[in-house]
Every structure is written in C-alpha cells, then in structure tokens.
Write a protein that binds this ligand. Structure first.
Ligand code: PGA
Length: 256
C-alpha cells in the first residue's frame, strides 16, 4: 500500500454464492466485527439479482456494492445480459471486468474486455480490470509480456481523463481458489510491472495514482504481508470474503 498516492481498496468477489437471505445474516454479523478505521475502501461484488438486497443490507455502512460483470453494448437484443447503464441506475459504482473465470469459461477475449471497460467508463462506472497469467504461462516465463498485452488491450481507446476511475487486480490464475498464493514479493513485482506499463501509456503521475490489487487465495493470514508491499494496494478476495470474520480481519490488515 502507498496511501500517499492512491486508495487502498478491499473488494470481495462473491461469485455465484449467497442468496438474499444469506446476505442479511452476513451483514448482521459483519457489522459487529467491522473496524471503524477509514483507511481503505470496501466493496462487495455480488451477483446481479442480489444487488438491491445487498444495497439494503449494507445501507448504513461504508461498504459499496459492486457487480461482477457487465455487457459491452448500452442496450439491445442481448437476452440475459445487463448493461452498464442499468448498473449505474441502481447506484452501482464498481464492476469487475475480465475475471479469469469469465475469460476461461465464458470465452471473454482481450478485445471483449476492452469493450466492456469502455462501456463501463462511458456509463460512469469504475471498472476493476483483472489480469493474470496461467500456470503454464508462468512456467514459460511470459508473465510480464502477457500482462502487458492484457493491460494495453483492456485500456485501448481509454483516455487519461478516465484513468482516475480504473482499478487493476493482478490475479494469477493458478492462485485463484486453489489456496496457492503468490508470495508477497512476487505479487509486488507484478504490481510494479503493471504500474510501469501504465507509466508508459499515461505518464508517471497517473501511473502512481492507480490502485493495483492482488487477488488469488488472499486470506486473513496472508493479507497483512501482501498489503505491506508498496505495489499491492488492496485485494480482490473470493473465498475468504464469504466469511464475515475473515473479511473483517483482512480489512483490519488493510487499515494498519
Ligand atoms: P479466491 O478468488 O480469493 O477464492 O482465490 C479470488 C478471485 O477470484 O477474485
């Protein structure tokens, strides 16, 4: 974290978990645990139908409710899809784009990620753009090249004036949901690389203001060490964010 230049952001990615009833009990328990410290921003990215219930449940807290996906067109014949404008109209600010689960299982390409990022920004949303290498790519030592490509394509056509709203999440695919975490040094090294790519695209001032999260089996035990690194500005947390005790502990670590 480097709070002098950028926001620390802890985001839970609930994936396809929780019903509206589960959210009520989660929020009741979480409110008794959450620290009052205000150093970090907290977001919970829930599935589309749960957005209103989550907004109600966390109304009197400083937790923002985000989405996990968005369509790349503003409207039209796209059965089952949700537009950025619909999210904005609900008061949603943040949306995860390009999560590896969507890249892998829903066929999201770098080009589609770019279209989604631009659609989100056009609607006034704050995209959390996920990048990261698979195990094979890591073993082939092409992590940095791959991530450079992901960043440059995600931000193609995105003007410097919009960068204030962009968050990156470095999520090594081999670490997601596996219990295997990148070491704090490795997470930081890639965070520094992401910032260097942003510096090349937008200059030093913008690059140092972008929040770069780490995601991939972050939990209450490893969060402190990961977040102590200068280029790990927060976390995108799956499994551990479903447990109020663990999420509150991670937030405590981010508030140190
Ligand atoms: P995990 O998921 O924390 O369960 O590894 C992270 C993510 O997919 O964003």
């Amino acid at each position: 974290m480097n709070r002098k230049y950028r926001k620390t952001v802890i985001a839970g990615n609930w994936k396809m978990n929780m019903t509206s009833n589960d959210i009520k009990s989660f929020s009741t328990e979480f409110k008794t645990l959450a620290s009052r410290a205000r150093w970090c921003e907290i977001i919970l990215c829930v599935s589309f139908p749960n957005i209103p219930a989550a907004q109600r449940a966390f109304k009197d807290t400083r937790i923002a409710i985000g989405a996990q996906n968005v369509h790349h067109e503003p409207s039209g014949a796209y059965t089952g899809e949700v537009s950025a404008g619909m999210l904005a109209a609900l008061g949603v600010r943040y949306v995860i784009i390009g999560h590896s689960e969507r890249r892998n299982y829903c066929g999201e390409t770098d080009e589609l990620v770019n279209r989604k990022v631009r659609a989100a920004l056009d609607a006034g949303l704050y995209p959390i753009i996920c990048v990261g290498e698979t195990l094979i790519q890591r073993e082939m030592s092409i992590t940095d090249e791959l991530i450079t490509l992901q960043i440059k394509s995600a931000l193609s056509g995105v003007g410097a004036d919009k960068m204030r709203r962009v968050i990156f999440a470095y999520e090594p695919v081999w670490a997601i949901g596996t219990g295997m975490t990148a070491t704090a040094q490795e997470a930081n090294r890639v965070g520094t690389h992401i910032r260097a790519v942003l510096r090349g695209m937008y200059g030093a001032r913008i690059a140092r203001s972008v929040t770069i999260q780490y995601g991939g089996s972050m939990n209450e035990e490893n969060a402190g060490e990961l977040l102590s690194m200068p280029d790990v500005d927060g976390g995108l947390i799956g499994g551990a964010s479903l447990d109020p005790v663990k999420l509150a502990a991670i937030i405590d670590a981010a508030n140190q």
